[in-house]
Ligand binder design. Structure first.
Ligand SMILES: Nc1ncnc2c1ncn2[C@@H]1O[C@H](COP(=O)(O)OP(=O)(O)OP(=O)(O)O)[C@@H](O)[C@H]1O
Length: 788
């Protein structure tokens, strides 16, 4: 009771009045604070809305990518205190090169401290994918970034409306939007500079949108081996086109150009497009017309959304209306689908954006499948209808030109046709040259350098220059490789020979001497070059080298038949090699010429050299024997790739390889496949090609036979099945006829029975009539029956 009183007391008055006032004060104070907060917040948003300029960027558009890259490089962005981690990137082409501050991987840390690479680990799993984890500020967190005298408020969020699309909002206090324009342009520039070595690939999706799928390194045009002039012509033509918008506009011609690449599979059509895109810095937009979801309207939408300057690629044009598995027969189901766009459910994009699309796309795949309603007129309209974008370069590829409708290939749609054939000998040789590495300039140079200036006079004097001084130098020149001599520097000062005669080391003299040496069958030089003819162009004498270069690298001793000198501009180098097993190889250390104009050599040339070398590094001295080509190949076989070859050896092997490849019988891809098998052993690759050709032919023959046998078997089975089916049908027919006959007989029987019954009835009626007549008669006249 007392407790209740104490509670009520303050309310009804008495001693507690002051505490009520205090309570009221508190309430008023709280209300005032809350009101002030709300007013200030609303005033702030009013201020923001009035003075801040806000730009929104959707991830579906390019500026989002540019800005994300720009932001990823800002320290304020990286310093975010609330972030999410991802192993994916949302920025096309940026994944592989995210700034170190923004991402980390195994290689950065090892437990507590920075990671020290373990040399043993390095080889553990060759080609192991190193995943990098990326920090990204969480959604809805606001970052303040200082940019050109302005404070930017940056916020990443999601679009309202359930689409889930990522948005970036940038607000800035400014009188106009110039600062935002500058920001976007700078981000674009940085992005382009960043992506300059890569091309972006976009695939069409089932919703009529282009989806970024991949970013690839540019392929150098030089890596494409086509007959001379083809790729140059194509590059020139595409460049001309891109630069002639006004010309087209002036003449009212739609600003589009189409290229049709047709021919055998594996001949470089796709590779050429890739390389051209790289050279022109264009992105590639791929649409596969055999996709199950493609329809006239989707294609029209896609064509309208192609950006102005890009390559639009229609792959396997002939498959557009067949949707076949086999390119050969055009029959089968429609599972031949390349790229994520063709089958949204199997998208392999690495971006989170892609994965989101993948999820939603998967949901509708079933509805979309079998909805390919693309028609020829739909395709033609999409290519050059009113809605089709201008400025794009269209590339279409096909293996079956004959299957294309002439309307599709007419000029205006396909302006340039390029045929791709199987590899010619020329291509085979060029492919080989491209495939194996060539020794870098520096590599062939010195491993040991002696400053001629540092040579003591005694040393210089001790060099005995026999009468053939010039010969020594010319031998050097030959060791250099019978190569073009541009940039080969040889001194011109006079040197006194021990005979007292003063001979000029004039280049022409030297070179003519060298030629004669090369010409001599037993010369050291010829043994080095394996009898190859060496061009005898005069040496240039433009400068004097400061050093004498001594190279202890051994040269390949295989005989060369290649006439093509490859390397140029290399300083005069010398080679050290041992005698071959036959003792014919030159074992020599030769020296170049110093700035003093002195030509020195520890050996002599020609017969003299041979004598010396045999004495020093004779066949008994196995230590100095260079490995044979086969041995080198075995060793190289253990390695990942071949040891770089010098120009002459490469040319010789390439020629040898090409000689073994029959003209236009195998595709470049097939030759590349063969070379890949021998990627570490060029000698084997060159030697083994005839054997490979035979085995390939055998295999083809076998496959052909197997195919024929399979086809015959299938045909026989089909025939058999057909016969069986026919017989079954016949039997069924008979059965049916029999049943019908029986049925009819039954009916007939029934009719007969009915007939018989009716006849009986009639009979009965007849007899009844006569009976009743009689009865009547009888009744009348006392009859025979009793009336009822
Ligand atoms: N002319 C070539 N020059 C260089 N490489 C080539 C050439 N032709 C083919 N290749 C190589 O062969 C492989 C297949 O080439 P690519 O895909 O470009 O051929 P394609 O003609 O487009 O074949 P398909 O018609 O089957 O699509 C690639 O790895 C490529 O490097």
């Amino acid at each position: 009771m007392d407790a209740l009183k104490s509670l009520v007391q303050p309310l009804v008055g008495g001693g507690g009045a002051s505490s009520v006032v205090d309570g009221m004060k508190l309430v008023v104070l709280g209300g005032t604070v809350e009101t002030a907060r709300r007013v200030s917040s609303s005033a702030w948003s009013h201020f923001v809305n009035s003075f801040f300029l806000t730009a929104h960027f959707s991830e579906e558009d390019y500026p989002y990518d540019w800005l994300m890259l720009w932001l990823s490089r800002r320290p304020e962005w990286q310093r975010s205190r609330e972030f999410e981690t991802t192993t994916r990137t949302t920025t096309p082409g940026v994944s592989s090169t995210l700034d170190a501050m923004n991402s980390f991987g195994d290689e950065d840390f090892d437990g507590e401290g920075p990671h020290t690479p373990d040399p043993e680990d390095a080889d553990e799993v060759p080609g192991k994918v190193k995943t990098r984890v990326v920090f990204q500020p969480t959604f809805d967190a606001t970052h303040t970034i200082y940019y050109r005298g302005h404070w930017l408020r940056v916020k990443r969020g999601r679009k309202n409306g359930g689409s889930g699309c990522e948005m970036l909002s940038i607000s800035v206090v400014a009188r106009n939007n110039t600062i935002l324009k500058q920001l976007i342009l700078q981000a674009k520039k940085e992005y382009e500079a960043h992506a300059i070595h890569r091309i972006q690939i976009y695939f069409a999706d089932a919703y009529g949108s282009w989806r970024w799928t991949d970013s690839r390194h540019k392929r150098p045009l030089s890596s494409i081996v086509l007959n001379p002039g083809v790729k140059e012509m194509l590059l020139q033509d595409t460049k001309d086109f891109l630069g002639s918008e006004k010309w087209y506009a002036d003449r009212g011609i739609p600003f589009r150009r189409g290229y049709l690449l047709h021919g055998v599979p594996g001949s470089g059509k796709s590779s050429l497009i890739h390389a051209i895109a790289g050279s022109l810095q264009l992105d590639i937009y791929v649409v596969s017309l055999s996709a199950s979801w493609i329809s006239d309207s989707t294609l029209t939408t896609l064509m309208g959304r192609v950006p102005a300057r890009c390559i639009l690629l229609l792959e396997d044009l002939d498959a557009a209306f067949t949707r076949s598995v086999s390119r050969e027969d055009g029959e089968g189901d429609d599972s031949k689908e390349q790229g994520p766009a063709n089958n949204p459910a199997t998208t392999t994009t690495s971006s989170s954006r892609g994965s989101r699309h993948r999820r939603s796309a998967a949901a509708t795949t079933e509805q979309l499948s079998e909805s390919n309603t693309l028609s020829l007129s739909g395709l033609l309209n999409a290519l050059d209808g009113v809605a089709a974008a201008e400025g794009r370069i269209l590339f279409a590829t096909t293996n079956h030109l004959e299957r294309l409708d002439p309307a599709l290939c007419r000029p205006g749609r396909m302006d340039v046709w390029i045929e791709f054939k199987n590899a010619s000998k020329w291509q085979a040789e060029a492919l080989f040259r491209n495939f194996f590495p060539i020794v870098e300039e520096q590599e062939l140079e010195v491993e040991e350098e002696i400053e001629i200036d540092e040579l003591s006079e005694a040393e210089v004097d001790s060099v005995v220059l026999p009468e053939g001084t010039n010969l020594q130098v010319s031998a050097v020149a030959n060791v250099v490789g019978g190569e073009p001599t541009t940039g080969v520097v040889v001194p011109t000062q006079e040197v006194s020979s021990p005979t007292g005669s003063s001979s000029s080391l004039g280049l022409s003299t030297l070179w003519s001497m060298s030629s004669s040496i090369v010409g001599g069958s037993s010369s050291a030089a010829s043994s080095i070059f394996g009898g190859s003819s060496v061009p005898s162009s005069p040496l240039s004498s433009t400068a004097s080298p400061r050093r004498v270069l001594v190279n202890t690298r051994s040269l390949d001793s295989s005989p060369s038949s290649s006439p093509s000198p490859v390397r140029r501009g290399r300083p005069l180098t010398t080679q050290k090699r041992g005698a071959g097993a036959d003792g014919s190889s030159l074992g020599t250390t030769t020296t170049g010429v110093g700035s003093s104009g002195l030509s020195t050599s520890t050996t002599s040339t020609g017969t003299v050299t041979k004598g010396v070398s045999e004495k020093q590094f004779g066949s008994t001295n196995q230590t100095y024997l260079p490995p044979s080509a086969a041995e080198e190949d075995i060793v190289a076989g253990q390695r990942h790739s071949a040891k770089p070859l010098d120009g002459i050896t490469l040319s010789r092997l390439a020629k040898h390889f090409a000689d073994g490849v029959p003209e236009e019988e195998f595709s470049v891809a097939a030759l590349q496949g063969y070379l890949l098998k021998h990627k570490a052993s060029p000698h084997q690759a060159a030697e083994g090609v005839p054997e490979w050709v035979v085995s390939e032919r055998d295999m083809r023959e076998r496959l052909k036979r197997e195919k024929e046998a399979r086809e015959t078997k299938e045909k026989a089975e089909r025939e058999k099945k057909k016969k069986e089916k026919e017989e079954k049908e016949k039997e069924k027919e008979k059965e049916k006829e029999k049943t019908e006959l029986e049925k009819k007989e039954a009916e007939l029987e029934k009719i007969r029975a009915q007939l018989a019954e009716k006849e009986k009835e009639i009979e009965e009626k007849k007899s009844g009539k006569s009976t009743s007549g009689k009865k009547k008669k009888g009744g009348e006249c006392g009859g025979y029956y009793t009336c009822c």
